[in-house]
Ligand binder design. Structure first.
Ligand code: AMP
Ligand code: MG
Length: 396
C-alpha cells in the first residue's frame, strides 16, 4: 500500500496544467493566470481632476481671493483643451482632463460662488486634488503574474487596461460515474432495498467547487453497462471519477472494465483511512481515472485528498505532494480523539473558534455528520489526542 504523499506524488506526476485559453473577463473569476500581464496604458491614463471643483493656479488661491470663472466647463469625457489664464479658474468635475496652465483643483466646498467668480475660503497646495498620469501603475510594468488567481478586483484592473480577455488555464472536464443497482435518482420513489444516489450530485458539485467542469452518469452493476458508461466517460472527459464498484466484491465490475478499455492502473489502495479501495489509473489518451469507494464519506474524503490536487494542478495552481489545496486546519481538540488503526485516519470535524469536535458518527456512510463538518482531522496511526491538544488536518 502506498503512503498518502507518495500516492499524491504519482498522481501529480501524470497531471499537467490544461491548455491556455483566452476567456472574457466576466468568465475568468477564480481561474489561474497563464501568463504575466504587462500594463498596456498608464494608470491613470492622463492627468485628471480628483474632485468636483475649480482648476486653478495654487498661487492665485490665497484665502479670500476672488477669481473669475471661465464660461466653459470641463467635465469627464472629451478633453476640451482649455487654457486657464493667471487669476482665473475653470469649473471642473471628477475624472475630467486638466486645463493647461493650472497646478491644482480646489474643492467646490472650499469656495463660495459669486456670479461668474469664486471666492477662496480655504487655499490649496500645488498638486492638490490632481491624479497624475501613471501615479498608480505604468505602461510596461508587470501588473499580474502567471499563477495568480483572477479575483473581481484583478478583473477590474485588466478592464481598466483595456483588455477584454485574459489568458488562463482551461478548466478540466470531470465526469463522475456512479455505479450500483441499489441507487435511485432523487425525486423517484424508493423500492425496498434501494437508496438515493447522493454521490453523483455531491461529487459533481465538489468538482465545480474545485474549479473544474463537472457532469455525472450512472451504471448499474452489469459488466456491459459499466464498460459502456466508462467508455463514454473516457471519450469526453479529462478526468473520470468513479464512485463505487471498485472493491473486490463479485459485483464490482469497474476494475475489469477499466482494464478492457485500456486504462493502466498506476496504483490501488493508499495507506490512509478512508482510502481502501482507491484506484488511480491512466488511459493512453491522457485521461486520468480515479476509482473511489462508494460510501459517501469515503468517496468525499478520498476525492478531497487525491482528486482535488489533480484538478488544481490542471487549473494551473501550484500543488505539492503535501498540499491538498483545502487550507490547513489549526485548532485544538475539544474532546478526546483516537486512531487505533495502523493507517492515518481522516475524521470529520467541526472547528469553531479554534476548538474542534467530531461531527457525528464517524462511519463511512454517515452523510449527515459529513454535511455538518467543516474540517478533516488527521490522526496518525495509533495517535491519541486529549482535549486541548493541537490538531492538524485540512479545511473542507
Ligand atoms: P460499493 O463501493 O459499490 O461497494 O459501495 C459501498 C457502499 O456505498 C454501499 O453501501 C453502497 O450502497 C454505497 N454507495 C455506492 N454508491 C453510492 C452512491 N452513488 N450514493 C450513495 N451511496 C452509494
Ligand atoms: Mg456497489
Amino acid at each position: 500500500m502506498l503512503e498518502e504523499s507518495e500516492a499524491r506524488r504519482r498522481i501529480l506526476e501524470h497531471t499537467a496544467p490544461g491548455v491556455v485559453i483566452w476567456v472574457p473577463l466576466e468568465l475568468a473569476l477564480g481561474q489561474v493566470l497563464a501568463q504575466d500581464i504587462v500594463g498596456a496604458v498608464d494608470s491613470p491614463v492622463f492627468d485628471n481632476s480628483g474632485m468636483d471643483g475649480y482648476a486653478l493656479r495654487a498661487a492665485d488661491a490665497k484665502k479670500g481671493a476672488l477669481l473669475r470663472v471661465g464660461e466653459i466647463v470641463q467635465s469627464a469625457g472629451e478633453d476640451l483643451g482649455l487654457v486657464c489664464a493667471a487669476g482665473e479658474a475653470i469649473r471642473i468635475f471628477t475624472g475630467a482632463a486638466l486645463p493647461q496652465g493650472i497646478d491644482a483643483v480646489i474643492m467646490q466646498e472650499d469656495v463660495e460662488r459669486e456670479g461668474d467668480h469664486i471666492r477662496v475660503l480655504d487655499p490649496v497646495e500645488p498638486g492638490e486634488n490632481i491624479r497624475w498620469r501613471g501615479s498608480d501603475a505604468c505602461a510596461g510594468q508587470i501588473l499580474l503574474r502567471r499563477g495568480e488567481i483572477m479575483s473581481p478586483t484583478r478583473i477590474g484592473l485588466l478592464a481598466s487596461q483595456g483588455f477584454p480577455e485574459v489568458p488562463v488555464y482551461g478548466k478540466p472536464l470531470v465526469q463522475v460515474v456512479t455505479t450500483g443497482d441499489e441507487l435511485v435518482e432523487p425525486g423517484a420513489p424508493l423500492l425496498p432495498g434501494e437508496i438515493y444516489n447522493s454521490n453523483a450530485p455531491m461529487l459533481q458539485t465538489a468538482v465545480e467547487k474545485a474549479g473544474a467542469v463537472g457532469s455525472a452518469s450512472h451504471a448499474c452493476d452489469d459488466p456491459d453497462e459499466v464498460r459502456t458508461v466508462l467508455a463514454e466517460a473516457l471519450a469526453v472527459a479529462d478526468i473520470v471519477v468513479i464512485a463505487g464498484g471498485v472493491s473486490v466484491g463479485e459485483r464490482d465490475f469497474v476494475k475489469d472494465a477499466l482494464t478492457e478499455l485500456g486504462v493502466v492502473t498506476e496504483f490501488w489502495r493508499v495507506r490512509v483511512k478512508p482510502g481502501k479501495p482507491f484506484v488511480f489509473g491512466r488511459h493512453p489518451d491522457g485521461t486520468l481515472v480515479f476509482g473511489l469507494p462508494g460510501n459517501p464519506v469515503s468517496a468525499y474524503v478520498t476525492f478531497s485528498l487525491f482528486v482535488i490536487p489533480a484538478i488544481r494542478k490542471m487549473l494551473g495552481c501550484e500543488v505539492g505532494v503535501n498540499c491538498v489545496g483545502l487550507g490547513e486546519l489549526s485548532g485544538i481538540a475539544a474532546e478526546p480523539m483516537s486512531n487505533l488503526g495502523d493507517r492515518p485516519h481522516y475524521l470529520r470535524g467541526v472547528c469553531e473558534g479554534g476548538r474542534v469536535r467530531l461531527s457525528g458518527t464517524q462511519q463511512s456512510h454517515a452523510i449527515f455528520g459529513l454535511s455538518r463538518a467543516n474540517c478533516l482531522v488527521r490522526l496518525g496511526p495509533g495517535q491519541e489526542v486529549l482535549p486541548g491538544e493541537m490538531l492538524s488536518g485540512y479545511g473542507m
